[in-house]
Ligand binder design. Structure first.
Ligand SMILES: [Ca+2]
Length: 538
């Protein structure tokens, strides 16, 4: 094990030397040969100066390890490996939790002097303001000059490039990314109830209605009373996920784009009307919980735990909790095919942390070279996700697999705690994938996840695309929040039959238009066009 660890560290060190070597082409006036021992007659004016062996010191401000016993300040195997590989010595400025980190950043940013080289953002912080105040630098030129791995990653993931590019073409932060393609929202159903009633997993929207009718009438909880709620949900907003995908519409992120690049507002599209009609059928037949619009998550859990509910929509990672109820067997199902014989699911990568280089950084290229390795190099990504070879993972048939030390930790730590304890899942920028979730999920869950991914389409990341200040103001003043509220109220009224869908649809659409939806669509169209343009540009 030690040998493997050593060889890993050595490989990292060599990569670091190579990178540092590249750096000598810039800003080094001693004329150090690019390659030592190449047999040329050129001799450095000061041979004892070997800058590539001098570690670069970087001050980094961040939240500390969520696994408190192992502070980054004392070193962890992963942060040590990152420093060794990049020939960097980190001077940490750590805060134990989000609140204290926020206080720290407020203090340091308002003082605006002697800032650390690299800082991670606090939630909701807009890098634009920091850039305009002259506190942070544009990373775009650094990506172009030294961001070898970052460039490659962004070329392979143009949607991420589109999401991190500012309206003026600058890139102000390197984010932590969750790929958004795994173990997200889904439909979950009582497999034991299906079995009891001799029913198959529903594959179409019509079969789903049949199954829910059987749940309503067949006393699957076996208490002799018709007390089952075939399907429940917590509030109207959650209906925007999974259910509309049977009708090939995705209203959950406010806007969407059609294949021709035209931005649409799903709640006024005809397919949304079909979705409402379906949910109205569910409601009027007693298949959807009559209290769906006001259910809290506490109610939801109570109904599940008391054996009253046959189907829900939500995070599929809840399944183990549901299945902890004795006698209950929950499974995730793929979105049933709708009237046209198909359906889809939706993914959007999410950005959960942003990392800046400040104006006080003496050597932005060295700082970025470090971020580049940590964030986007193969080695950096392995360290972030899998930790240390031989300790937290082994290569088996060319693929990393978590060791027992992670999956069945001798000290009883959870999988996440083990990885945090070695410094993986760190607070520096990282690209997170579903490896751990996959390694700990059941075979059935992984099968569901793969099938769900196979039917996935990327949707317009309307929440993530960075807006201009003018767009932000225009959207805030557009009355869109009133449109949103009206649309939610009408969704509930249509589903509950308080307004007739066919009879009132045109009036509803007209109302949304009068409230100014076209102006908001124009703003979203400009965002979307820019998103596509950023991806097209190198
Ligand atoms: Ca019953």
């Amino acid at each position: 094990m030690k040998k493997k660890l050593l060889s890993f560290l050595l490989a990292g060190t060599m990569a670091g030397l190579t990178l540092t070597g590249c750096g000598n082409d810039n800003g080094n006036d001693t004329g150090t040969p690019a390659a030592e021992g190449s047999g040329t007659q050129q001799v450095s004016s000061s041979p004892e100066e070997t800058p590539q062996e001098e570690p670069v010191t970087l001050r980094i401000a961040s939240m500390d390890n969520p696994y408190a016993p192992k502070s980054y300040a004392n070193g962890t195997p992963v942060t040590d490996a990152l420093q060794e590989a990049t020939n960097v010595k980190i001077e940490w400025e750590l805060s134990p939790d989000a609140q204290q980190y926020e206080t720290y950043t407020q203090t340091i940013l308002s003082a605006a002097e002697d800032m650390p080289d690299i800082m991670t953002s606090v939630y909701g912080q807009d890098p634009r303001n920091l850039y305009e105040a002259g506190l942070i630098v544009d990373l775009k030129p650094l990506i172009d000059s030294v961001g070898v791995h970052t460039k490659k990653y962004l070329e392979e993931h143009p949607d991420i490039l589109g999401m991190i590019t500012e309206p003026d073409g600058t890139i102000l932060s390197i984010p932590t990314i969750q790929d958004g393609e795994n173990f997200g929202h889904g439909l979950m159903i009582r497999k034991d109830w299906l079995d009891k009633l001799n029913l198959e997993v529903p594959a179409t929207s019509d079969e789903l209605l049949e199954v829910l009718r059987a749940f309503r009438d067949g006393d699957p909880n076996g208490n002799g009373e018709a007390d089952e709620i075939p399907c429940t949900i917590t509030g109207t907003y959650n209906l925007d996920f999974s259910w509309p995908y049977m009708f090939k519409i995705s209203p959950g992120r406010d806007f969407d784009a059609d294949p021709d690049g035209k931005v649409v507002y799903p709640p006024i599209e005809d397919s949304y009307k079909d979705f409402l009609k379906y949910m109205n059928t569910m409601y009027s037949e007693g298949l959807l919980d009559s209290m769906f619009s006001t259910r809290s998550s506490e109610d939801w859990n109570t109904l599940i735990n008391t054996d009253k509910v046959g189907m829900v929509q939500g995070w599929v990672t809840n399944l183990p909790t549901f299945n902890a109820n004795e006698g209950q067997e929950w499974i995730a199902i793929n979105v049933p095919a709708g009237p046209d014989g198909t359906s889809f699911s939706v993914s959007v990568p999410t950005i959960t942390g942003k990392n800046f280089i400040t104006k006080d950084c003496k050597n932005p290229e060295e700082a970025f070279r470090f971020l580049d390795y940590v964030w986007a190099s193969d080695e950096g990504r392995m360290l972030a996700v899998y930790g240390i070879e031989g300790l937290t993972y082994e290569m088996v048939d060319g693929k990393p697999q978590f060791t027992d030390y992670v999956l069945n930790n001798p000290d009883g730590l959870s999988t996440t705690e083990v990885l945090n304890s070695v410094g993986a899942n760190h607070k520096l920028p990282r690209i997170s994938d579903a490896s751990l979730a996959q390694a700990t999920a059941t075979e059935e869950m992984n099968a569901w996840n793969e099938a769900n991914k196979a039917m996935m389409r990327k949707c317009f990341p309307s929440f993530e695309i960075i807006m201009t200040p003018e767009e932000t103001t225009a959207k805030a003043e557009s009355g869109f929040s009133d449109i949103w509220t009206y649309k939610e109220e009408m969704k509930a009224r249509f589903i509950m039959g308080k307004d007739d869908i066919d009879g009132y649809w045109d009036t509803y659409v007209q109302q949304i238009k009068e409230m100014g939806i076209d102006e908001v669509i124009a703003i979203e169209q400009a965002k979307y066009d820019r998103f596509l343009e950023a991806q097209g540009a190198e």
